[in-house]
Structures are given as C-alpha cells and as structure tokens.
Design a protein around this ligand. Structure first.
Ligand code: SF4
Ligand code: SF4
Length: 387
C-alpha cells in the first residue's frame, strides 16, 4: 500500500496573494486542486468557526487560507460553499466577526449553517451519529483546520476539526456521553471523521495557537501550511513538526484501535518537520499525564490513575472578568454549573470537558491545575512544554 503523503510549506504571513500562491504550491505534490475537484462538483469547505473572534484573533482558520482554497476549487469548476456548526452563534455571524464573510461574499461562496441528519452505520461503536447533511451530501469535502492546542483533547488539528459535523447542542451531549473518558470521546471524534471522509485537508499553521487553546490560548507563529488526504497522517506530521509524541494524541490512538494505521508510515514532501519546529510550544494547563508521558501511562495504568487525579485541571470563572452572562451554565453538558451570585462548579459532577472554557465569549473561564502540576510547575517550562 502506498503510504499517505503530507505536503509542508513554509509561509510566514497572511498576505492574500502570497497565501494563494502558497496553497497552489502546497497542493502541487498531491496533484493540485484538479485532483480533487471536477467541474460541477458540490464542494463544501469546513474551516474552524468555533465561535466569533476579533479580526486579529487566531482561533479560527484565517480568511486568506479559506479564500485561497475556495478560489482554487472555483477555478476547477466546483460549486463551492463553506460551513460549520459553531458552539455559539451561526456560521454566518462567526464568519462576519473576523472578516471571512467579506472574502466569501466577494467570491460568491455561500456560508451555510449545518443542519442535522441521522447517519446510521452498523459497523461503528456509536452506530447512530447526528451529522451535518451538508457535509454528508457534498461531492467533495475540504477540511480547513487551524493548528491549536485543545484543553480537553490535547490538540485540535485535522481529525478534531470534523467534530463541527455534529450539529449544535448534540456536540455537548456527546461530551457528556463520553464523560471524563478521553479515549471514549476520541473514538467518537475518529468515527465522525471517518463518516465525513474529507477528500483533502489544508491546515492553517501560519500563526497557530498554543497554551490554553482552543479559544483562550496565545498566538504562536509556526509559519507553515500543511496538506494531505489522510487526516490522521496530517495530524501525525503536525505533531512531528511540534516535537510532540504521536501517542500523546487520543484521536490517533483511537484510529489505531479502529485498525487505521496507514498514518504510521506517512511520508512528507516539501519542508521537513524538523526545519518547521517552532522555538516554543506551550501545552494547555489542563494537559494530562497521558499527554506528557504516553508510554509511561500505557505501561503503568494504576500509577496513571493516581497521577491523573493530581494533574487534572478544573475550570473556574475568573472574578472581575466573568460578566455572569450564563452561557457556560447553559452549555455545560454535565449540568455541573450554577449561577446565583457567581458561577459555581460542582467538581463531583464536572466531567472536565472544558466546553465552558472553550466557549466563554468573554475569555473569563480559567483552568486551575491539579496539585502536582502546580507543585512541579512543569507545564510552562518543563516536560509539558517545548521551549
Ligand atoms: S460564559 Fe464566561 S462570562 Fe458568561 S457566566 Fe460563564 S464564565 Fe462568566
Ligand atoms: S463545568 Fe465546564 S468542564 Fe465541567 S462539565 Fe461543565 S462545561 Fe465541562
């Protein structure tokens, strides 16, 4: 079997014309956009539109990257639309918040809000998924993730970005079903990815987000773009670029468990992962022992259980920043939050999904590290982070 190929290209700015040329060059080793889009194809672009941000924010796929991919697909004769199912607000509103809507309108690319359809597959662990009709019915899906840390799932890249296929409040129910079992949730993420089957993934890693991603982290200019046809292979190569262990990513472990191991033999073309390694990469404060030392935790599960309890971060509303809008209380899938005079979290009910941290529109939900993490102070400068 031919190993999957991931194309990597250095790119240090979001100048629209430069990004357009870069995406064309990035896709050339994969056969160019023409290898994926034919005249008359219904093409659906899936950027990361998790929630509204300011135009200079780095949580969402940059408009220049989305626009460049859209233009190339239009040039191939595709009928191009873009969409997502944001955690808060509509896809259109989120796209308007940071300048993507202006680019889409100029290109005549419709912004669609996903609508749910039941997708039943006997062979899956979770046989019934409620997924976006627009993604399932498109001839070609092009996934456009942003390279970011993720408080719950360590990183969000190609595979995790497809969780936007789960429409609206259903997302939170899946969090609750998986509970605090990260690997169970990773299995769901992998199965959603496998159900959507994107033809192509183009990753915006020109300015990534590290620290407390996926919405409250810091910009990290990683200065590259990545593309490939196998989402797991793309994720594996992105971890290589950052100097992180592949086994630290729960969705790759879920892929392996499902028998999908092609990504282990991935080959790269263009820039090498080593030359793209950023000067630093800070993990989220919620990082767990499984993410820091995956081999140790696989070898000593009992030790891991104890360490996990000492490391796991709990969310808290930051006094002075929280405006008590109640959004987190309404979204909490475990109903662990109350709002009377302030936001209170019942730790015994909290499943550490960090939806409240991800979706607070005021960036007012902090993460407090577990005792051991605080004592060792390791997340910012030691084993938990790459400097
Ligand atoms: S969503 Fe944010 S601002 Fe609103 S109540 Fe929760 S922590 Fe406070
Ligand atoms: S309090 Fe936050 S982290 Fe805990 S279950 Fe609710 S949304 Fe998830």
């Amino acid at each position: 079997m031919t190993p999957p190929l991931v194309s990597l290209l250095k790119q240090d700015n979001y100048d629209y014309a430069a990004i357009r040329r870069a995406v064309e060059e990035l896709l050339a080793p994969l056969g160019g956009m023409g290898a994926f889009v034919k005249t008359g194809d219904n093409v659906l672009l899936k950027p990361n539109l998790v929630m509204s941000q300011k135009p200079d924010g780095v949580a969402l796929t940059h408009p220049a990257v989305v626009g460049a991919v859209a233009e190339l697909a239009l040039d191939c004769g595709g009928k191009v639309r873009l969409g997502d199912s944001p955690g808060l607000g509509s896809a259109r509103k989120v796209a308007e918040s940071y300048g993507l809507a202006a680019v889409a309108d100029r290109l005549g690319v419709e912004i669609v809000q996903f609508t749910p359809v039941d997708d039943f597959d006997e062979s899956r662990t979770y046989k019934r998924l409620t997924l976006a009709r627009e993604l399932l019915e498109a001839d070609v899906v092009i996934n456009l993730p942003k390279l970011k840390t993720h408080a719950q799932m360590f990183m969000t890249m190609a595979v995790k970005n497809l969780f936007g296929a789960v429409v609206g409040a259903q997302k939170f129910q899946w969090h609750y079903r998986a509970g605090s079992n990260k690997q169970a949730f990773a299995k769901t993420l992998y199965e959603v990815y496998a159900a959507v089957k994107p033809a192509l993934h183009v990753v915006d890693a020109v300015v990534a987000m590290d620290g407390n991603g996926p919405t409250s982290g810091k910009p990290n200019p990683t200065n590259f773009l990545a593309a490939g046809t196998d989402g797991c292979a793309v994720d594996a190569v992105l971890l290589d670029c950052l100097g992180l262990e592949r086994d630290s990513l729960p969705v790759l472990l879920a892929a392996r468990e499902a028998g999908d191991i092609a990504w282990e033999k991935v080959e790269t073309v263009g820039a090498s992962p080593a030359e793209l390694r950023p000067a630093r990469w800070d993990q989220p404060e919620s990082v767990t022992i499984e993410m820091i030392a995956p081999r140790l935790s696989q070898k000593y599960p009992f030790l891991t259980k104890w360490l996990r309890s000492q490391f796991t971060a709990v969310p808290y509303a930051i006094p002075g920043k929280c405006v008590m809008c109640g959004a987190c209380v309404r979204l909490c899938p475990a109903q662990a939050m109350t709002l009377v005079e302030s936001v209170k979290i019942d730790k015994s009910k909290c499943i550490r999904c960090y939806c409240c941290h991800e979706l607070c529109p005021h960036d007012a939900m902090g993460l407090r590290q577990g005792f051991l993490g605080r004592m060792l102070g390791m997340f910012k400068s030691g084993a938990g982070s790459r400097q």
